[in-house]
Design a protein around this ligand. Structure first.
Ligand SMILES: Cc1cc2nc3c(=O)[nH]c(=O)nc-3n(C[C@H](O)[C@H](O)[C@H](O)COP(=O)(O)O)c2cc1C
Length: 199
């Protein structure tokens, strides 16, 4: 085989079999209950490196990732407890403080603002693809993720805690990650509920 042809063949060789790809995609679950030990930082950095390979129109690379350390995490937990207390009372706030304190790994993802409506829409889609890249890769390392979009991520004080300027970026999710203590079951409707075949 000529060297050039061989190089092309090598490039197009898939690193995962279709069965492995299908299993990774199908088995990933949103994890609510984690084991306490945080995954290694290197695993998260590997996932973030891969997140950036998501498709993004015009190569805007609109995503920003915020690795949340202990002090910031505690401040977020308190801020969230305050919001919950105002809405649902002190007992609910205490429960939330407890459940959020048990999340081992924390990061937030934001998306650049765009004055162009179509660009903004597509940039958000790209960020969602990036988050899914991250989640799928972490899953391949046995690490689960929960993407949450609760009210706290829209609070101006949350932006202050992340040092994010809300005129420049929108926080689109808080991601918790860790080794699953429990992997829930879920379901999907059958494909024919979503599929339209055109002539
Ligand atoms: C944009 C987005 C926002 C989400 N926000 C929340 C959330 O705030 N709280 C929550 O419990 N789950 C949230 N989820 C996770 C979904 O509830 C979860 O994906 C869904 O139940 C399907 O489960 P699976 O991820 O295990 O397939 C969010 C998912 C996406 C894509």
């Amino acid at each position: 085989m000529a060297a050039e042809t061989r190089a092309t063949a090598e490039r197009s060789a898939h690193p995962a079999t279709p069965e492995q790809a299908a299993e990774l995609i199908r088995s990933r679950r949103t994890i609510n209950r984690f084991r306490p030990e945080p995954p290694p930082r290197e695993a998260v950095l590997r996932a973030l490196e891969l997140a950036r390979w998501a498709p993004n129109h015009h190569l805007t690379e609109p995503w920003h990732f915020y690795l949340i350390g202990e002090r910031t995490r505690e401040a977020i937990i308190e801020l969230n407890a305050e919001l919950v207390a105002a809405n649902k009372g002190e007992e609910a706030a205490r429960d939330k403080r407890e459940s959020w304190s048990a999340k081992p790994g924390w990061l937030a993802v934001s998306c650049d603002h765009s004055t162009d409506e179509l660009q903004a829409w597509e940039d958000y889609a790209a960020c969602a693809c990036a988050i899914h890249n991250l989640a799928l890769y972490l899953w391949s390392e046995g690490i689960g993720v929960k993407w949450t979009t609760g009210p706290v991520i829209r609070d101006p004080r949350f932006y202050d805690l992340l040092w994010v300027d809300p005129d420049i970026e929108t926080v689109i999710g808080l991601l918790w990650y860790g080794y699953p203590d429990e992997t829930p079951e879920t379901h999907r409707r059958t494909l024919d509920c979503s599929l339209v075949e055109l002539p």
